[in-house]
Design a protein around this ligand. Sequence first.
Ligand SMILES: O=C(O)C1=C[C@@H](OP(=O)(O)O)[C@@H](O)[C@H](O)C1
Ligand SMILES: C=C(OP(=O)(O)O)C(=O)O
Length: 424
Amino acid sequence: MIINPVTQLKGEISVPGDKSISHRAIMFGALAQGKSTIYNFLQGDDCLSTIRCFRQLGVNITVNNDIVEVEGNGLNGLKPSKEILDVGNSGTTLRLMTGILAAQPFDSTVTGDESIQKRPMGRIIKPLSQMGANINSINENGCAPLKIQGQQLNGVTYESPVSSAQVKSSILLAGLYAKGDTTVIEPAQSRNHTEIMLEYFEGSITTKELKTTVKPAKNLSSREITVPGDISSAAFIITAALIVPNSSVLIKNVGINPTRNGILEIYKKMNANIKVLNQRTVNGEPVADILAESSLLKGITIEGDIIPNIIDELPIISVAATFAKGQTIIKDAEELKVKESNRIDAMVNNLSKMKGDIIATSDGMIINGVTNLEGASVESYHDHRIAMSCAIAGLMAISPTTINGSDCIGISYPNFYDDLQKLI
Ligand SMILES: O=C(O)C1=C[C@@H](OP(=O)(O)O)[C@@H](O)[C@H](O)C1
Ligand SMILES: C=C(OP(=O)(O)O)C(=O)O
């Protein structure tokens, strides 16, 4: 992908459906009794991997553009897969599905691409094993491929050392099948889409501050779900509108769940012109239209409990910081090192190539604002969020930017380039 500098961005767009919610809609739809219809489903490669895996587990799923019908088999209706389950590049699919598979009366083997096979799975193997699960890392390195021997599980109370919605959700899904209640306590609030959707499917789940308890379920009811636009995808367009002069962009129908909307708070602190309009609630998820306009951003320190809320947005926030006056310090973000790529190193390498002023620290980055970037040949590191962050930086470089390996954008935002073109 080659990105040329632009002088303004103007117009109105809708970003594709939320990736986290799309995954969960397939999984809950598969476990419910009866047919669930999902509207505005994200047809990104990760969510298509979730569909492929649940089809392999005997669930009938029909895809018609962004409308997906899932014929739920009921909680106890999954069938053993004849083939190894392949999650592709999707950590969410792997971690959440493993919670479900650990409790089935059959065995499964789960793997994924080269990047997935390097991501830490010990963080789910440990709590699920405490519930009685039998999960082995086949290469004995704490990563996929995983051999899962289905077991009757018991409820536990697990204090997670990491704020991770994937860890929390994996345990809660296993908890649907356990004997007794299952409680997860997290150090800081992570996204709560599993909790919201489980309640919507009539499961029994309660959250009190950082403690979430699920009761074993007998039945989940099928549902219609409309997936809101993904704020993590909107983040690229919002940032573009803030940093490119003379810009005004309206993004319609964006999920603004308080456990996901930290980027709006961060940008407000950085002096951004952002308005949240037409707020409403859809299937328990808050949604709004977001108007973002060119802004004179200022550097700030980003740290502490907000980090899990903005974990996927930190690469693009580092781009905004590059155009902010003064210094931005990002701390407490070690988790960035165990995503699809090491996102600290990836952004530091790429923005440095573009003559940004950015250094890596042990738990984040320090960025000093510059007036100009130069176009460069940068690497996606096979990571969609890195590719799109660099594309947005390229809009404000003084010469063209080449993003090598940009195909990975299809993981979460297949129409990214076309949407950007519409605004130029
Ligand atoms: O639960 C989810 O849908 C996700 C949780 C986050 O991962 P962690 O739980 O590993 O922080 C996030 O980075 C990922 O893109 C999606
Ligand atoms: C980390 C991400 O996804 P996953 O963990 O599902 O691969 C992401 O989309 O940024």
